[in-house]
Design a protein around this ligand. Structure first.
Ligand code: FES
Length: 138
């Protein structure tokens, strides 16, 4: 059983290294979304220690990465922007195959498309590539 902590958008942005003027610029220019900046080379995940069970998920660099099926194939994983497009709450993955926002109940499919409001805009989807036991998000 996984547990998740809720964080405010401000705390989330601070955790990404934004502070002071940069934080204010993002907060005032971007009401409901958080821009994700992928590290060069993408995000890598060691599948020998993480995302071992279907339904498990992690957050990294503003992206939620979920195991949606067994096996270490690229299609066994989904990666979308972490911040709900309604008001920015971190979404969670539910093993029924959807990303769910615990704030007002919006739901998204594994491609990030809205399947239940109040959100109206899709989550950005990222590519998943598995090589051995390394998952790369780009
Ligand atoms: S913040 Fe996600 S549904 Fe409102």
């Amino acid at each position: 059983m996984l547990t998740q902590e809720s964080i405010s958008r401000k705390d989330f942005l601070r955790s990404m290294g934004l502070g002071g003027a940069a934080l204010m610029a993002v907060l005032t220019s971007c009401k409901n979304t958080v821009d994700v900046v992928l590290p060069s080379g993408g995000i890598t995940v060691d599948l020998s220690t993480k995302l071992l069970t279907v339904g498990s998920f992690i957050y990294s660099n503003g992206i939620i990465i979920a195991r949606i099926a067994a096996g270490n194939a690229s299609t066994s994983f989904a990666a979308v922007a972490q911040a709900c497009t309604h008001e920015g709450t971190s979404v969670v993955y539910q093993s029924s195959g959807k990303f769910h926002c615990p704030n007002h109940g919006a739901e998204y499919n594994t491609s990030g498309a809205v399947t239940l409001g109040p959100a109206t805009k899709s989550l950005t989807k990222y590519n998943t590539l598995v090589n051995g036991t390394t998952l790369t998000i780009s």
